[in-house]
Design a protein around this ligand. Structure first.
Ligand SMILES: [Zn+2]
Length: 101
């Protein structure tokens, strides 16, 4: 395992997603009362906002509307015109009949 490599965009966003839900990285020291404790939906809203308003987070990273996992939209997944809108690579198989391209 190469642990010196740069984290992927997906890994960086997953780390932020976890952080916003209270999972502080080992190399961060944050007083307990200042650790964020958002729900997954709230955490994703923050990430979406950062990606779309400040471009500090890659907007290539999406969140599956079915299972809630994060995924790299440049590599996997599907975008739909109707809910759940975004599907990761694990969930998009169920929607192949709904071929909109
Ligand atoms: Zn999924």
């Amino acid at each position: 395992m190469a642990d010196k490599r740069e984290p992927t965009e997906l890994e960086r966003v997953e780390k932020l997603f976890a952080f916003l839900q209270g999972n502080v990285p080992k190399d961060c020291v944050i007083p307990v009362e200042e650790v964020p404790n958002l729900t997954p939906d709230q955490a994703w809203t923050v990430i979406w906002y950062l990606g779309n308003q400040y471009w500090q987070v890659s907007d290539d990273i999406g969140r599956c509307g079915k299972c809630g996992e994060l995924y790299d939209t440049a590599i996997e997944g599907t975008h739909l015109e109707e809910p759940p809108y975004h599907l990761c690579g694990n969930c998009d198989g169920d929607y192949y009949e709904d071929d909109d391209e």
